[in-house]
Ligand binder design. Structure first.
Ligand code: NAD
Length: 454
């Protein structure tokens, strides 16, 4: 399995580029991805808007010696444009800043970033204020549409602040760093909602997971292996879990990342208890879990049999529910961290539905329900629970799809290419960082703004 698909390689050579342009074919470009020590961006960052949030972002980036500009100027190319719209009260307030953004867009570099900052439309303060609510929803709409107008690997995403949260908060900083950097390569047209000021800025943004011990289920291959590698890169120690039949592959991954292996079927009745026991023995602590293990058993519902339905529900949703219950019962025992973090793999199929996947979609939508339900309890002690919904990711699973179906699925998104396991892993790592405590109960799509779904 190649990291960049053959078509993307072809259209990035001179002849391929010419042919694709003449025939009006998709022209995906290689995406900028983060490696340890990379700056957030390499060129100038334009900050539009006059609000306190705009000032905060400008000061923070300027302090880190980024080239910050406050007006569009004449010729300057930009690596990123941050648009602060957090003080607008009426849709008509949008025009000055948004039209200025329009002028700057032509000068956005390949793999550039546009980030809007605005206030949460779901905040109680605007529940009955039609004008303010229309303005806030308006920013969502324009951000999603702009994301679809982006070219050459550039993305547009938004940071949504609750009314009592400022851009100075740790999670707002965590969110803007994620969106500016190559960590968000395959996230487009999405929003990170910062609902509280909880969280701490790390002493080093390169190792936000230093000293954390995190369980990753389904760690032997695919997305789970990539998550294990990335959590280790960001400083964590990983307890990797997979089926005994995948034991050798699991050992290879854990040797690579300096983690430990637990060969176990996650549907075991006492899976959560076993994991706690292992964490207690080996490390005396447990800071988080990533529910990544998952299976597909596709069939139209008319042809669905008991075993396909039941085995999928057992692995993809019943096991995470049971493990969470067992882990959370151990709160206060000194092993489970007070600010315990849970992340889970959902799927765009759980949001939009997918033919042949009623069982899978029930489970993956269920993951989003589970995420909402635990948010308050975990948030009380500085913890959090979030989900990541991947779209088309280049793995052994998607490699096995019929060629025509795969090619269509791969191009049906704003980036015109599939994502990589590392793109999903970056989003998981974001949620496990102490700095991200104020982002809780959300599902982030990592789908290149797939045309499938909302
Ligand atoms: P994969 O099949 O390559 O890997 C899944 C891993 O989970 C395997 O190592 C498998 O042995 C393990 N596993 C399965 N059942 C288990 C059990 N009962 N106990 C312990 N381990 C078990 O899958 P992937 O493509 O890497 O997907 C990982 C997750 O991401 C899954 O939850 C999947 O539904 C989700 N996802 C994947 C995609 C994609 O495009 N690949 C898209 C959306 C969501």
């Amino acid at each position: 399995m190649s990291q960049t698909d053959g078509y993307t390689r072809f259209v990035n050579r001179p002849l391929g580029k010419q042919i694709a342009k003449a025939a009006g074919l998709p022209q995906p470009v290689p995406l900028r991805r983060h490696t340890l020590g990379d700056p957030l961006v390499t060129g100038p960052i334009l900050i539009l808007g006059e609000s306190a949030a705009a000032e905060t972002v400008a000061k923070q980036l300027w302090r880190e010696e980024y080239d910050v500009r406050r007006d569009v100027g004449l010729k300057q190319k930009f690596s990123a444009i941050v648009v602060a719209l957090d003080e607008i009260r009426h849709p008509q307030d949008l025009s000055d800043t948004v039209l200025e953004l329009g002028q700057a867009l032509r000068r956005l570099d390949s793999n550039g970033r546009v980030i809007t900052i605005f206030r949460d439309p779901n905040d109680a303060s605007v529940a009955n204020d039609a004008t303010a609510l229309a303005a806030r929803r308006g920013v969502e709409g324009l951000t999603r549409s702009l994301a679809k107008e982006m070219r050459r690997g550039a993305t547009a995403n938004g940071i949504v602040l609750s009314d009592d949260v400022e851009m100075t908060s740790a999670s707002a900083q965590s969110a803007i760093r994620f969106f500016l950097s190559g960590r968000s390569a395959y996230v487009a047209g999405q929003f990170l909602t910062v609902s509280s000021s909880a969280g701490e800025v790390p002493s080093n943004w390169d190792t936000p997971l230093a000293e954390k011990v995190i369980v990753v289920t389904g760690a032997a291959r695919g997305i789970g292996a990539a998550i294990s590698e990335l959590l280790a890169r960001d400083g964590a120690t990983v307890i990797g879990v997979d089926m005994p039949s995948a034991g050798d592959a699991l050992t290879d991954v854990m040797n690579r990342v300096g983690g430990i292996s637990v060969q176990m079927d996650i549907t075991a009745e006492d899976a959560g208890v076993q994991l706690l026991q292992k964490a207690r023995e080996r490390f005396g602590r447990l800071d988080g879990i990533v529910h990544n293990a998952g299976i597909t058993r596709d069939k139209l519902l008319a042809n669905m049999d008991d075993s396909r339905w039941d085995s999928l529900i057992a692995v993809n949703i019943s096991a995470p529910l049971r493990i969470n219950e067992q882990l959370l019962q151990a709160r206060g025992d000194g092993v489970l961290a007070d600010n315990f973090r849970i992340t889970s793999l959902s799927s765009t199929s759980g949001i939009a539905g997918n033919r042949g996947q009623t069982n899978y979609a029930a489970a993956k939508a269920g993951v989003m329900g589970m995420t909402q339900a635990y948010a308050e309890t975990l948030g009380e002690t500085g913890g959090s629970i979030n989900a990541v919904a991947p779209g088309f990711i280049e793995t052994a699973m998607t490699d096995a799809m019929p060629t025509a179906t795969r090619e269509v699925a791969r191009r049906m998104n704003a980036m015109q290419q599939g994502g990589r396991p590392v793109d999903v892993a970056e989003a998981i790592a974001l949620f496990h960082a102490d700095a991200s405590a104020g982002i809780n109960g959300t599902t982030l799509r990592v789908c290149g703004q797939s045309m499938v779904g909302q």
